[in-house]
Design a protein around this ligand. Sequence first.
Ligand code: NOJ
Ligand code: CA
Length: 551
Amino acid sequence: MDLQHRDREWWRDGVIYQIYPRSFADSNGDGIGDLAGITARLDHLNDGTPASLGIDAVWLSPFYPSPMADFGYDVADYTDVHPIFGTLADFDRLLTAAHSRGIRVIIDLVPNHTSDRHPWFVESRFSRDSPKRDWYVWADSKPDGGPPNNWMSAFPPAGRAWTFDQGTGQWYLHSFLPEQPDLNWWNPEVRRAMDEVMRFWLDRGVDGFRIDVAHRMAKDPELRDNPLVELGGDDDAAGEARAIRLARLGLDQLYDEDWPEVHQILRRFRHTLDAYQQRMAVGEVYLLDLRKLARYYGSGRDELHLAHNFVFLHQPWKPEAFRSVVDEYESLLPADAWPAYFLGNHDHPRVPSRYDEAGNGMARARVAAMMVLTLRCTPFLYYGEEIGMSDGGVPSERVVDVDGRDPERTPMQWDSSPGAGFTTGEPWLPVAPGAQRVNVAAERDDPASMLSLYRRLIWYRRGSVALRRGSYRSLPDGPTGLYAYLREAPGVERLLVALNFSGDPVEWPSRSDLPPDGHLELSTDPSRRPGPVSLAGLAIGPEEGVVVRLT
Ligand code: NOJ
Ligand code: CA
């Protein structure tokens, strides 16, 4: 497939699949996934036929040289590959192999911070007069000898966001680990350096970037204290999730994230991307406030192409919860902006585990798959989601992550062999217990499997203008337990999606605003066959989702 001739805005209707390189496929038996391993597994992702998953792009989490204090989100060299993952030549081979299958490749850009071993920081730390001193955020102690302000690291075990440097007698800021010092984005040299990093990869042919903590690059230049939290008064859809997060931190993050200047930085990124053809940026905008999130699209296509919506990810398993987030977000987004929904990534428990209540996690995960793949959005999937991977049990002696995220990073389950087909060696994290049953080989030819459901949904979506580009309208007045919506491409196609979040069967009511008949296109229930249906009285089983074409 010739990428140049496909629609310029591929990122609007493509399905994007996140690969955590350490955990996807190990080509050399050292127990750690690598780039050559990914290349060897591309056919699973898209071989051009419905026998494969059918995704349009992959997002690769960091594979750069790194001391791995945060498994690659502590970058020591932005323009190379960590030897454990391979070489730049391996990266080029992966890119070429992906492109030849019509798979785009976006990579993780980590602009908020570097590793403390990055030569920039080593130089910055060396002396107060270092030419790179101002590339990072250095500040004096408060008069009482304490840190410059009350900002906290996003990782609770790391405590304060400041570490004192004995050698130079000042503190440096780290929004995450002490091994991840924050760059000073007020410094124009930092901005120019990151432009160069972006161009390095764009020139190599990458199709875009996922921008790590895109909302945190700019902070208050006066480094003022964050105010203590005042809870209450939140009644919008995001209120509860935001309140939980604030309660954990105890501080309202007024000054250390979402600082207005961040939009200027994103406009600069966009300018760099726009000098190339068909490139994009999706931001990890971890703001649990839909109004703020919507601003990251800019005005007139001048900031992010997509912003990950974490409010959606944080919803409880309730139809009205998802509906109100989606409806509110639809009303807030600028006309041309496009949502990006997902329910899992390398920082959050997996859906079948997170939503499980007395063993129904897998049934709910099937409904969740239908939701993410039929909403008006660019869906992001996380590796293993397509086979129904649950969180792995990681015994305390095998814990390696600072923030409890190992369970969602266990090896991809390719087959039922001891290394799950991920490795012939000892995997860096234990293979999850369910791997004997839950794996690509076991699910490939089973029409009832999660993999078959994902394939059906993705390939159906590829062929459906209404799902890829159509409008969205929720039907809030339906039966309890349902989240139902219409996806419409006027004059072409009208689809009703009805998702039963409850454990009870539901009957679709007769409605004067919808035609009486339709055609059942898809169901999460593998025993249900497609075919003509009468809409009034249509039975929707417990934890079943259906897509009906309205005729
Ligand atoms: C967000 C990433 O997704 C997470 O894995 C990482 O720890 C932090 N940003 C810091 O880079
Ligand atoms: Ca390896």
